[in-house]
Design a protein around this ligand. Structure first.
Ligand code: GTP
Ligand code: MG
Length: 329
């Protein structure tokens, strides 16, 4: 008996070929089942779709059971910003964490020493920056939570072994794995905007273990594989080389400023800065100090670069790094 399928069936069937998403496939096949006329001639076709749907459903249920057991690590942000260290195995991520902070993560000469995220605070001048050590990324190893951690961070430090056989290949591998997770690393100064469904992350490329190599040779090796805006930091975590420069670059990449509060008639305290993203105003400062200030703020006095001392400013006045603010209700 002929199936006598209506033209609408063939239209919907086309969609099936264009997707690999199991949930989407189930939806399309259910739609097809509702279109197929119910008679003897279509019995086999109906049975085929029903079988396929139940197979896909049991597969996706199994997957979600596994997903529930996968660890998730969300690390609450703390300090002036959150910086995630990523890289191939053994590149010295944990050693960098140890040298930049007072923490003691596990370090070893075999790969995959780190297997879960490890946060630690890096002192920088009068602030602290949160660094997170993470497990290595390889072509076939990157956990779901790892990508989420990267997407959530303010800056990514891509740590590469300068003594590796092929630092360019190491960078390329990480970039490719991240691309699969829709993450692309961009230089700190780039103003590339977030495009739909994609994540761009301000990053610093760190060439660690820079002790015996020639900077020019490595730069030549990697320049074709990275955005020309990247200015890699060559350093040695083990020998404390260029780590001050790295600290500065890390802080700068966060795009934050430090602003100090002052009580009328008293000296400001420079030990406890308020941290704001660039572009914040006097009103943001008032909100951070106390909700009553935000509600009743009349004006502020400001001390800082290129201003008269104690200059009177309004609520919308844009703050600058190092400004001292006296709020008046
Ligand atoms: N020469 C030299 N060796 C280093 C440096 N940093 C780390 N190492 C050595 O490289 C090896 C790996 O260091 P780790 O800090 O454990 O590397 P990792 O990137 O955290 O490794 P995984 O956790 O496995 O991804 C250890 O033997 C370290 O002593 C460095 O700056 N110079
Ligand atoms: Mg490690």
């Amino acid at each position: 008996m002929p199936a006598n399928l209506p033209p609408q069936y063939f239209e919907v069937e086309k969609k099936l070929k264009n997707t690999n998403d199991p949930i989407e496939k189930i939806k399309i096949m259910e739609e097809l089942l509702s279109i197929i006329p119910k008679h003897k001639g279509t019995e086999k076709l109906q049975a085929l779709y029903k079988k396929k749907i139940s197979k896909l459903k049991s597969k996706s249920q199994k997957k979600s059971v596994i997903a529930k057991h996968e660890p998730t690590y969300h690390i609450e942000k703390s300090g002036a910003g959150q910086v995630v260290l990523i890289g191939p195995p053994n590149s010295g991520k944990s050693m960098l964490i140890r040298s930049l902070t007072n923490a003691e993560p596990e370090i070893a000469d075999y790969p995959f020493t780190t297997h879960k995220p490890y946060p630690a605070m890096m002192p920088f001048e009068n602030v602290q920056v949160q660094l997170i050590d993470t497990p290595p990324i390889t072509r076939d190893y990157m956990e779901v939570w790892h990508a989420e951690l990267i997407k959530n961070a303010d800056t990514v430090l891509l740590v590469i072994d300068a003594q590796s056989k092929d630092p360019a290949e190491d960078i390329l591998t990480i970039q490719e794995v991240l691309k699969e997770k829709k993450i692309s690393l961009i230089p700190e100064k780039s103003d590339k905007q977030l495009s739909k469904g994609k994540f761009v992350k301000k990053s610093i490329i760190v060439l660690n273990k820079f002790e015996i190599n020639d900077r020019e040779i490595i730069t030549d090796l990697i320049k074709n594989f990275i955005d020309p805006g990247f200015m890699p930091v060559f350093c040695s975590a083990a020998h404390n080389k260029n780590l001050d420069l790295l600290r500065k670059r890390i802080f700068k990449s966060l795009g934050v400023m430090r602003v100090y509060s002052k009580i009328p008639g008293k000296k400001p305290s420079f030990d406890e800065p308020f941290i704001f993203k660039h572009g914040c105003s006097v009103m943001d400062m008032a909100q951070a100090v106390h909700k009553d200030f935000a509600k009743n703020l009349k004006y502020a006095r400001i001390w800082g670069e290129k201003k008269y001392k104690g200059q009177k400013v309004n609520k919308e006045y844009k703050l600058q790094d190092g400004d001292v603010i006296e709020l008046h209700m």
